[in-house]
Design a protein around this ligand. Sequence first.
Ligand code: ATP
Ligand code: HSE
Length: 301
Amino acid sequence: MANTVKIRVPGTTANCGPGFDAVGIACTLYNDLELTLSDEDGISLAITGEGAEFIPADDSNVVIKAIKMILNKTGHTAKGIKLTMVNKIPLARGLGSSAAAIVGGLVGANELTGRHFSQEDILAMATTIEGHPDNVAPAIFGGITVSIMDSGIANYLRFLPPADFSMVVVIPEFNLSTKAARKVLPETVPFTDAVFNVSRAALLIGALCTGELKLLSHALQDRLHQPYREKLIPGMAQVLSAARQAGALGAVLSGAGPCLLAFTDGNADKIGKAMVKAFRIHKVKASYQLLQIDQQGAVII
Ligand SMILES: Nc1ncnc2c1ncn2[C@@H]1O[C@H](COP(=O)(O)OP(=O)(O)OP(=O)(O)O)[C@@H](O)[C@H]1O
Ligand SMILES: N[C@@H](CCO)C(=O)O
């Protein structure tokens, strides 16, 4: 007995400035997975593309963890897992590589074991593995998502904006794990900073829902995580400022970094080049890509 499924999962950009651990956007950058469950004992893994040389081939691999979670919950008897991955999402750069890996494993295993779980169940399982819902929600549902945790349960809102905008992501040549980027965050923040972020996060969702893109210059501001993470990314403030000067609607740290992301309704190449140049001044090699919002989330292909 062997059955196979192919899954495509988008990368995601989380936080979007003030929406720390809550807001996420699915992006047109994808990992492809092919999963086979069989009676033959053992795990076999073939990875090409981003991070192929760093991804573990044992039970510590988050895709395998995700698959096993579904097998355990369904009592499925498969002994063998064969996985082929073609990765386009760079690892540990702030574009949701771990969320895509987890969601790919869950969606694929769910498909092969009889679709016992809804997308909401997948969100709950993915959040348990990832630790926070802001990347896994858009990886599952596509579009823009706002997620909250209530007594350990993830709830979400998913929407598409009425106005067109693109995202210019600048990818530096070094990586930064989410774990390391969370270690620099404080346990408490000043009340004024909390108010600063609550007001901007509310404005951000309002601006995106109504298409009032000119509000993004205010709405993307953040005091909860970016100021603390700046020291981990040489030139971060200058690269974000270069994006704004080149005409971006606003610019932020993507996820936990180190990628930096500019929102734009034009001038994408000018913005990308200005950001890469500003990184270069700080001796950081970087490249840029133009991304749109992915509307589908994870799909079986
Ligand atoms: N395709 C993959 N297969 C297996 N494991 C992966 C894959 N992609 C990422 N990972 C795991 O996830 C880790 C990176 O996750 P991390 O949360 O640090 O960064 P990220 O998800 O890329 O960025 P962010 O969460 O800021 O968007 C890798 O070191 C690896 O262990
Ligand atoms: N909200 C998460 C996103 C990265 O996983 C963080 O900023 O740490």
